[in-house]
Design a protein around this ligand. Structure first.
Ligand SMILES: [Mn+2]
Length: 313
């Protein structure tokens, strides 16, 4: 899927741009980098496993892309792209979560981390690590997901559907936004509970009615402006299943790829500090490879937003 079909000396490819491929993420070199870290963990997936193969599939799709985001007319060639390898995971989910949080806490402060999952439960330890990394009690959080992920966990039956609830032990959701919530498996209590906690919730219908730009502006006012730093978490099941058939719970409704891509570009362009995770891409559930392609397009739009922040050369 990512094989290059053109040979053109005027085009630079992401595959040739990686700095220190496979380098240990703890090795620090100066200057802001986009640091890619795989987290091939799917022991907590709520329905069908396979997301452990997500990081490799997304990187493989990105390697087939050039360093020019054609859609946004933005050159990525001045970004330092770094492959930080994969964070080690095991069957012991709590030990794995501690290891993820410790690794994230130790990442160089000036880097922009991009975490490739894995199931959505990893966003809990990512956020715990980011709070320590930034020495903060809260961050802005913008989540693209069909699901609230706020169920109350049953010990021994942990799954990827309650990280929003568990992380609230340490993470203040006052600057949290959830976009794309539409899964038909909730009661009104979930919606009311999220909004009572200060979370700005917008369903796909809300976004269609008010428009994408107004939604993104409101999300930035809620999550970015009060904090200066935002983490963006994308569950690929926020997308309609035509764009993301390869995921544990495919979404027959959902958001359009271009809406999420444009929103990400805008958030990355306007947030002084941003980090990203993209989760629930499950290549074994997708014979076409389109889900990883969709994820790679989203990552590219995030990169284009970071590139658009750079001062002119
Ligand atoms: Mn989801």
């Amino acid at each position: 899927m990512s094989a290059r079909v053109v040979q053109d000396a005027a085009v630079r490819w992401i595959s040739g741009a990686w700095e220190h491929p496979g380098m240990d993420a703890s090795v620090s070199i100066p200057g802001p980098r986009i640091l890619f870290l795989g987290i091939p963990f799917d022991h907590a997936v709520s329905h069908r496993p396979g997301t452990r193969f997500g990081p490799a599939a997304i990187l493989n799709a990105l390697d087939g892309f050039s360093l020019y985001c054609t859609d946004k007319r933005t050159d990525l060639g001045r970004l330092r792209l770094c492959r930080g390898g994969e964070i080690d995971v095991s069957n012991d989910i709590h030990a794995t979560y501690r290891h993820i949080a410790d690794t994230v806490a130790g990442l160089p402060g000036e880097d922009t981390p991009v975490f490739l999952g894995g199931d959505h439960s990893i966003t809990d330890p990512i956020l715990r690590g980011l709070l320590r990394r930034h020495s903060r009690r809260t961050l802005g959080l913008i989540v693209f997901d069909a699901h609230f992920d706020s169920r109350i966990p049953v010990p021994g039956k942990e799954h990827s559907g309650h990280w929003m609830h568990t992380v609230a032990e340490v993470f203040d959701h006052r600057h949290t936004v959830q976009l794309g919530i539409d899964a038909p498996i909730y009661s009104r209590d979930y919606m009311d509970g999220a909004e009572a906690a200060g979370i700005m919730v917008r369903t796909p219908w809300d976004i269609r009615r008010t428009g994408l730009q107004a939604t993104v502006d409101a999300a930035i006012r809620h999550a970015v402006e009060p904090t200066g730093a935002v983490h963006v978490s994308i569950d690929i099941d926020c997308l309609s299943a035509g764009f993301a058939p390869g995921t544990s719970v495919p979404n027959a409704a959902g958001l359009m790829l271009w809406d999420v891509a444009d929103a990400l570009f805008e958030i990355a362009r306007r947030a002084p500090q941003a980090s990203l995770d993209i989760v629930e891409v499950s290549p074994p559930l997708d014979g076409s490879g389109i889900t990883a392609q969709s994820a790679a397009h989203l990552v590219m739009n995030f990169l284009a937003g970071r590139a658009a922040r750079l001062p002119p050369p």
